[in-house]
Write a protein that binds this ligand. Structure first.
Ligand SMILES: Cc1cc2nc3c(=O)[nH]c(=O)nc-3n(C[C@H](O)[C@H](O)[C@H](O)COP(=O)(O)O)c2cc1C
Length: 492
C-alpha cells in the first residue's frame, strides 16, 4: 500500500523502529542541525527524528513538530517508495524502456498495457476542501516567522525551507514541474527561490520573465513520500513529477486547486506556501548557505517570491533536512535516483553495467561507471555520452572501469583504477557546465572536467605490453581452507 502523506510515513517509520521522538524542547536555531548531523553521520544513516517541541529562534514554542532524516537510509528510502528494494523500481523501469515496438497488429496490441503502465496513475484532482487547506491564512494573516523554519549553520543568511516541492508550470507547454529547491525566508511574506540555472524551475522563470508575466509558484511541504522524492529526481522537463510519483506509488497523487494562485498543489501536503514572482522586481540576495558540498555556497541573486497564502492541515508536521559535509540524508535521495535512473541511462549507453556516485563526491563531483568494453575507445564514448545527458552534464570527474569492477565499492573502484592508468595517456580534460555549488571552477558554472579511462587497454589503443590478471585464489584452495577454518581457531 502506498503511503499517502507524511504522517503515514512517520507511522511506518515508527512501526519499523526507525523513528526517534525527541520530547525535550530543542531550538530550531542550529540545535536541530547539530543533533541531526550527528545522527546522519552514524552508521547506516542513524534514525529519523521527530522534534515534538521545537523552540523558535526568538524563544517560545513552535506550533508544530519538525521531522528530519525521514529519507536518510536505504531502508527508509524503500519504505517511503513502497518497494522492497530500489532495484525493484529500476526493474519496473527496465521493463518499460526495453520494450521495442513489436511487428504486426497483435504485437502492437500486446504493447498497449505496458505503455499504459506509465500513464496509468495520472494525478487526480480532488473536490471539496483538501486536507492541506484545513487552515487557510491569506494576505495580512501570512506571517512566515510563526513557522518553525530552522536556521541550519552559523554563517547561513537566514532560516531555510530545505525539503520543499516547488511547483511551477512551463508557460509554453503547460507541463508542470516539481523541484526540490531550498527557499530562504526573507520576511513576513517574502522568500528567495534558489533554483539553480540548470534546473527546470529556473527555465520556467526565465521564460516567464522574458514574457513579462507574473509567475505563480507553490511551495509544498510534505505530501506523499514518493512526490517528495520525485521533486529531487532529475526528470526530463517534459515529465510531470506527480505523474512519476504516481508510477512509483502505483496510485495517483491527489491534487487540489491552490487558493490564491493558478496551480494545483498536493492535497495531502502538510503546509503549502502559495505565491508569485513579479518579473519587474529586482532579484534579491540569497545565501550564504551551508551546502551539500560541506562548504558554504556564497550569496547570490535569485528571484523573490511574494507569499499570498499559507495553507495547512490541522496539526501539521514541518518536514526538514540538513545538508553539509557528507554523508547526509541527501546522499540517500541521490542514491535512489542513481539506482532508479540507471535503466534510462542504459537506453543511450547500453554498455554501462553499473554506476555509482560516492557520498564524498556530492553527486556530480565523482562518478564511477563500469562498462562492458567491446571496442577500443569505448571508455571515452561513455564519458562523453554521460556528459551529454541531463544533469550528468555537471559531472566533474568520471572514472570508467571494466565490468568486473564493483563500482558501488569506492575502495575497490579506486584500487583498480589507480592500478590501470598511465595518467598522461588515460586522463582527458574537457570543458562544460559546472554545478552552481562548485566554488573552484574558473568561472561561475563553467569549467573543466576530467575523464579517466581506467579500463584494460587494448592493442588498438596502443598498449602492446602484457596485461596481468587480478590476483584471485584458486577455488580448490579456497574450499580446503573453508573446510578447515573452524579448526584453525582464528577469529576475524
Ligand atoms: C535536500 C536537497 C536540496 C536541494 N536544493 C537545491 C537547491 O536549492 N537548488 C537547486 O537548484 N537544486 C537543489 N537540489 C537538487 C534538485 O532538487 C535536483 O537537481 C532536482 O533534479 C531538480 O529538479 P528539476 O530537474 O525539476 O529542476 C536539492 C536536492 C536535495 C536532495
Amino acid at each position: 500500500m502506498a503511503l499517502d502523506n507524511l504522517r503515514a510515513l512517520l507511522d511506518a517509520l515508527d512501526a519499523a523502529g526507525e523513528l526517534r521522538r525527541v520530547a525535550r524542547p530543542v531550538s530550531i536555531d542550529k540545535e536541530i542541525t547539530e543533533i541531526a548531523d550527528r545522527c546522519m553521520k552514524a552508521p547506516g544513516g542513524g534514525p529519523a527524528l521527530l522534534f515534538e517541541h521545537p523552540a523558535l529562534t526568538g524563544g517560545g514554542a513552535a506550533s508544530m513538530p519538525v521531522a528530519v532524516n525521514l529519507f536518510g537510509s536505504e531502508r527508509r528510502m524503500t519504505l517511503a517508495l513502497g518497494a522492497e528494494r530500489l532495484d525493484d523500481i529500476a526493474a519496473r523501469i527496465t521493463d518499460l524502456v526495453q520494450m521495442q515496438v513489436p511487428e504486426g497488429m497483435l504485437g502492437k496490441l500486446a504493447l498497449l498495457p505496458k505503455l499504459a503502465e506509465l500513464a496509468k496513475y495520472p494525478p487526480k484532482h480532488v473536490g471539496g476542501t483538501p486536507p492541506c487547506q484545513d487552515v487557510v491564512l491569506r494576505g495580512p494573516d501570512v506571517d512566515l516567522s510563526r513557522l518553525p523554519v530552522p536556521i541550519c549553520w552559523p554563517q547561513d543568511g537566514g532560516p531555510y525551507i530545505t525539503l520543499p516541492g516547488v511547483i511551477t508550470r512551463d508557460p509554453v507547454s503547460g507541463v508542470r514541474n516539481v523541484g526540490m529547491y531550498r527557499v530562504q525566508v526573507l520576511g513576513k511574506s517574502d522568500v528567495a527561490m534558489h533554483w539553480q540555472r540548470h534546473k527546470v524551475g529556473a527555465a520556467h522563470w526565465r521564460d516567464m520573465a522574458e514574457r513579462g508575466e507574473t509567475m505563480p509558484v507553490a511551495i509544498a511541504l510534505g505530501g506523499d513520500p514518493a512526490s517528495i522524492y520525485a521533486a529531487s529526481a532529475p526528470l526530463p522537463p517534459a515529465i510531470d513529477e506527480f505523474l512519476f510519483a504516481g508510477f512509483l506509488r502505483r496510485e495517483p497523487v491527489r491534487l487540489a486547486q491552490a487558493v490564491t494562485c493558478d496551480l494545483d498543489v498536493p492535497a495531502e501536503a502538510e503546509i503549502v506556501l502559495e505565491g508569485h514572482i513579479d518579473p519587474r522586481e529586482p532579484l534579491v540576495l540569497e545565501g550564504p548557505f551551508g551546502d551539500h558540498t560541506g562548504f558554504y555556497s556564497l550569496a547570490d541573486y535569485y528571484p523573490k517570491v511574494h507569499i499570498t497564502a499559507v495553507t495547512m492541515r490541522d496539526a501539521p508536521v514541518w518536514p526538514h533536512t540538513i545538508v553539509g559535509r557528507p554523508p547526509m540524508e541527501d546522499y540517500w535521495l541521490g542514491h535512489a535516483t542513481e539506482r532508479i535512473f540507471l535503466p534510462l541511462l542504459r537506453l543511450t549507453l547500453p554498455e554501462v553495467v553499473d554506476l555509482h556516485m560516492p557520498a564524498e563526491g556530492i553527486f556530480h563531483n565523482l562518478v564511477f561507471v563500469s562498462i562492458d568494453k567491446q571496442y577500443p575507445g569505448q571508455a571515452y564514448k561513455v564519458m562523453n555520452g554521460l556528459w551529454g545527458q541531463g544533469l550528468m552534464a555537471l559531472a566533474k570527474v568520471i572514472v570508467v572501469v571494466d565490468k568486473d569492477v564493483n563500482v558501488r565499492d569506492a575502495r575497490e573502484a579506486w584500487w583498480v583504477a589507480l592500478n590501470h592508468i598511465d595518467p598522461e595517456r588515460d586522463v582527458r580534460f574537457s570543458m562544460g557546465p559546472i554545478d552552481v555549488l562548485d566554488h573552484s571552477s574558473r568561472g561561475f558554472t563553467y569549467g573543466s572536467k576530467m575523464g579517466i579511462d581506467a579500463t584494460r587497454k587494448w592493442k588498438e589503443e596502443g598498449f602492446t605490453r602484457e596485461w596481468p590478471d587480478k590476483i584471485v585464489m584458486d577455488p580448490g584452495t579456497t574450499a580446503r581452507v573453508d573446510a578447515m577454518w573452524k579448526e584453525l581457531g582464528i577469529e576475524l
